[in-house]
Write a protein that binds this ligand. Sequence first.
Ligand code: CP
Ligand code: NVA
Length: 311
Amino acid sequence: MQLKHYLQFTDFCREEYEYLFERTRWLKGAFKQFQQYWPLADRTLAMIFDKNSTRTRLSFEAGMQQLGGSAIYLSTRDTQLGRGEPVEDASRVISRMVDLVMIRTYRHHVIERFAEHSRVPVINGLTDEFHPCQIMSDIFTYTEFRGNIEGKVVAWIGDANNVCNTWLQAAQVFDFKMHVSTPPGYGINPERIGLSDKVHYEVFENPHDAVSGADLVTTDVWTSMGFEAESEQRRNDFADFCVDVEMMALAKSDALFMHCLPAHRGEEVSADVLDGPQSVVWDEAENRLHTQKALMEYLLLGRVDTNRYKI
Ligand code: CP
Ligand code: NVA
């Protein structure tokens, strides 16, 4: 089987995502019915964390166990990576001992170097630049609630961070439109994201204009991991970029609200939006588990015939 990594959203085409979503629906159904499905028995996932995590760690670890395999948590604090062992050497060694690797780190370049030297598939569990597993779950969640996302408008309010960058890539793959509004100095970098056209996004100075008529409104923390030194400055700079009820009212009446979590109520989103009727954040979080199970199955087994593994 050809070695495949999942480092950016654009690593898969739309048809591959459609396949993954079909598998996600099936895997979610089996999970809800407490049915045992162990296609990855004897397979091992290594998870390397350079940054904190609740959802990513839990969904990969639980997901691997539910597929019959096992997961090992490694952090840079207590491995030789934290004492300067070159990423290339770590990759050569780790990928001889396990079947799959998931990495959460700072610079995207690090995960690319790891993947280059790995014998097994590598998954991006978040870098400073991208968070593809999150947006795979978000688009699956949108589809569950509202059907096809093609042609829809997704408003991104706040920092043009890793999650925003990945939404922008997804807009190209799924053919929808992003309306992005950030404070001055925190805008998108189309070149870094590898955006090949200007058809799938539009930049707005005023967040209210970005949200106007949107099908989905989404945001994220003002200060991402690794940028903590800028927290106070960012709190001032982002003060007008809180998604509140007034802002949501400008979107379509059936618009959804998403947030990758963890959220800061009263900063990037008001409590009544996050906990309100348009918010689907808990389903969005749960779907990390189901979509990533489909992803791991795909990277390790390729396309499976559902009948092959009778449940
Ligand atoms: N959304 C997300 O990736 O959450 P964690 O940081 O808890 O993994
Ligand atoms: N943009 C956030 C996402 C956390 C899941 C961060 O990088 O910290």
